[in-house]
Design a protein. Structure first.
Length: 275
């Protein structure tokens, strides 16, 4: 009988297949502590989840959840549900910082607004809670998907569309967990997100004005250059190059001097011939 992990790997076309396969088998061994019925959602649920956990452990975040669910033989929501249970049972909680998220997702220009939004959110979100619930929620906010939700909401206000599945993959969370956190961020920080959006619109507006102002200047410069080139390439009007451009050479001082000299020379030659 063929190895289910090897069989599923051949259909996923992943990088570093040997490393992924080795780690996937390690995760498969750890899953013995999880109730078998957990994986009843799909015939290949267990091997595919093992492969995903192995792939993410190698710091690769381009996992295709829809393809994984299809290969596992279940719906995307069912697959995410089982994956979430497995992560909790194996205590797979990656240490994710905003720096990691920002660099991985390529939005380094948003460091300051993201830090500010996180401070507003975490403070205000906990202020309305008391007692044990406040303690539990504070501990829950340490989970990486809350940071992912803050970054995603901030990016959205700046007009940047991040790949939600990639954010979920980096944060090791399900779509349900991420959407819950995202909704909490949007509700708690509605004012701050609106201000960020307005600031972003003003910045884009200023950039458009600068571009519009610069364009005519470029056109004028190019026109002047063209005119200069035309002047340089204009042919002379006669064989005698005039001192003043486009002036008839017969009207120049040089020509008058030439005529005077020519006449005197002719007269002199005539007088010599007569002698």
């Amino acid at each position: 009988m063929s190895d289910p992990i090897t069989h599923c790997l051949s259909r996923l076309h992943l990088d570093d297949v040997d490393k992924v396969q080795q780690r996937a088998h390690q995760f498969l061994g750890q899953m013995s502590k999880i109730a078998p019925k957990t994986f009843d959602k799909g015939p290949n649920c267990k091997p595919v989840i093992c492969i995903q956990l192995a792939y993410e452990s190698l710091k690769k975040y381009d996992w295709d959840m829809n393809l994984a669910a299809e290969l596992a033989g279940c719906s995307p929501s069912a697959y995410e549900s089982v994956l979430s249970i497995v992560r909790r049972n194996l205590n797979i909680i990656p240490t994710i910082t905003f720096d990691t998220l920002i660099v991985t997702l390529g939005c380094t220009s948003m460091t300051a607004p993201v830090d500010g939004l996180w401070t507003h959110f975490s403070t205000r979100y906990l202020q309305k809670l008391t007692g044990q619930k406040k303690i539990n929620t504070a501990k829950e906010l340490e989970l990486p998907y809350w940071k992912g939700a803050v970054l995603y909401a901030c990016a959205k206000s700046f007009g940047e569309n991040l790949n939600k599945q990639k954010v979920q993959s980096i944060c090791s969370c399900s779509g349900q967990e991420f959407n819950k956190a995202l909704q909490a961020v949007r509700t708690t920080c509605e004012k701050e997100l609106t201000e960020l959006k307005q600031r972003s619109n003003k910045t884009r507006g200023r950039k458009r004005k600068v571009v519009e102002k610069e364009e005519p200047v470029v056109e004028v410069v190019e026109e002047k250059k063209t005119q200069k080139k035309k002047k340089k390439n204009t042919p002379a009007r006669s064989g005698v190059v005039s001192m003043v451009q486009f002036q008839d050479f017969k009207e120049t001082k040089k020509y008058a001097e030439y005529v005077k000299w020519s006449s005197s020379m002719i007269e002199e030659l005539k007088s010599r011939i007569q002698l």
